[in-house]
Design a protein around this ligand. Structure first.
Ligand code: GDP
Length: 459
């Protein structure tokens, strides 16, 4: 990746007003910037209270300045942090002054994620850790925040490195044997290569299962809530959210005409897409909105079709059911059992799972929670030690496939084939490369660009 080490600066704290606001600069040599803003050299890693100086020597603000000398900083470069008062105008003035004073060293505004990108390029963080920084900032549940923090401290990366080390060890054995063809036949027996490979495969499954749980914590589960007016959709949302606060979040890339609400169930974010707008289209604009909503339904992880148990299905319900995509599981939830006289229950019928509950009396709601988590593949007993992303799961799946191919080449039937060991070695090499892409050793530049551009400015 293009390693641009022009000095950069940005406001590191969120926009708006707050007690403290931080302007941060990073670059190869920030001595002149420090002199201009702080009036003197600072002792590294010590907080100094001083006036931040304008060009004419007057004070823009008073606050703490901290200087981190390379390589002992977040980015691995010299870093200067100015902690002033958190007002938008003060912060802009301070940033403007930095850019002015830093003009002679080429100081420019930082791109989104550029501080963290430099930390990655300077080996302060690997890629999975850098992603965890963004995940920690964006975490919408406590469980997600805890797992992101664990990933940031390297728990996930260490699990990947352990796997990679084992693959490398096995590769070394194979490569050594390839140099002595007469020993090839015995190699697989003597070195217990098959046993080693099996253990690596088992370890990978363990990491994959933990990463899947971690990815669920990050991405959440997309639930479509369908049902006619007055069947109790809002009441059900409240009942599901329980004591926990319902957070209304606009999800990136979605349109305003769709209501998405995120609630937590055991720390898993459930992104609930309300299909209230799915009924009749009034005009063209509405029709487009409705089509978009259907697009979301196709991507849902699970559909909750809410019905009134005291009334039974209506014709409008039948029409909606017709449009449900065949590959998305449907939970048919019969609400208002307090009126219909049903008991709270789960009924696993062939075409769908039926759940009987009362949203307002909060009976049977736990059963729905459990079914939603089950549909998401959440294992309550499994502990999620780290956060993960779809990108990581794809890499793990690819590694899993290549290990399986390696196992085929090492199978007893193949043992006498001349090429078997070569192919075995080659599959191990690819598996290793896929695993290493998680921590960023083999990651194309354009992908890195995409990952870091999704960060906020100043991070
Ligand atoms: P929505 O239009 O689908 O969002 O439905 P609401 O949640 O606004 O509920 C419509 C009406 O049904 C309200 O008067 C609720 O109090 C009532 N309701 C919802 N759930 C239940 C339930 O489990 N039992 C009874 N008896 N009434 C319910």
């Amino acid at each position: 990746m293009n390693h641009d080490n022009t000095p950069i600066a940005a406001i590191a704290t969120p926009p708006g007003r707050g007690g403290i606001g931080v302007v941060r600069a990073s670059g190869k040599d920030l001595g002149s910037l420090m002199q201009a803003l702080c009036g003197k050299p600072l002792q590294p890693r010590h907080a100094t209270y001083l006036p931040f100086l304008a060009a004419d020597g007057t004070a823009i603000d008073q606050g703490l300045a901290i200087y981190f000398k390379a390589p002992h900083s977040y980015t691995g470069e010299d870093v200067l942090e100015l902690h002033g008062h958190g007002g938008p105008v003060v912060m802009q003035m301070l940033l403007g002054r930095c850019l002015e004073a830093g003009a002679d060293i080429g100081l420019r505004l930082a791109e989104p994620g550029e501080f963290t990108q430099r930390a990655f390029l300077n080996d302060k963080l690997d890629l999975a850790q850098a992603e965890a920084v963004a995940d920690l900032i964006e975490a919408s549940t406590e469980a997600a925040a805890k797992s992101a923090s664990a990933s940031l401290s390297g728990v996930f990366s260490r699990a990947i490195h352990t796997l990679v080390d084992k693959v490398i060890h096995l590769r070394m054995l194979v490569e050594a044997t390839l140099d002595f063809p007469e020993e090839e036949i015995d190699f697989l027996e003597k070195s217990d290569a098959r046993g080693q490979l099996e253990r690596i495969q088992a370890d990978l499954e363990q990491v994959f299962s933990e990463a899947s749980q971690g990815a669920l914590l990050r991405e959440g589960l997309n639930v479509v809530l369908a049902g006619q007016p007055n069947v109790g959709k809002s009441s059900l949302l409240n009942a599901l959210a329980g004591a926990e606060v319902a957070i209304v979040t606009p999800i990136a890339g979605t349109t305003r005409d769709k209501v998405t609400e995120t609630i937590q169930v055991e720390g898993i974010p459930l992104n609930i897409i309300d299909t209230a707008g799915i009924r009749d289209a009034g005009d063209e604009v509405e029709r487009i909105g409705i089509e978009r909503t259907w697009g979301e339904v196709l991507k849902a992880d699970v559909i909750v079709h809410l019905l009134d148990a005291s009334r039974g299905p209506t014709r409008a319900d039948e029409e909606i059911v017709q449009r449900f995509p065949a590959n998305v599981p449907v939970l048919r939830v019969w609400n208002k059992i307090d009126l219909s006289g049903h008991k709270p229950a789960v009924d696993r019928a062939e075409e769908a799972i039926h759940i009987y509950l009362s949203a307002t009396e909060r009976r049977g709601v736990d059963m729905l929670r459990a079914e939603l988590l089950r549909a998401a593949g959440w294992q309550q007993t499994a502990e999620s030690r780290f956060i993960a992303r779809e990108r990581h799961l794809l890499a793990l799946k690819a590694a899993r496939e290549h290990l399986a191919l390696a196992a085929q080449h090492a199978s007893v039937d193949n043992q006498t084939s001349d090429q078997a060991l070569d192919l075995f070695a080659e599959e191990l090499r690819i598996a290793q490369e896929r695993l290493s892409s998680i921590t960023g050793e083999f990651t194309p530049d354009d992908l890195l660009g995409v990952i870091f551009s999704r960060f906020c400015i100043g991070k």
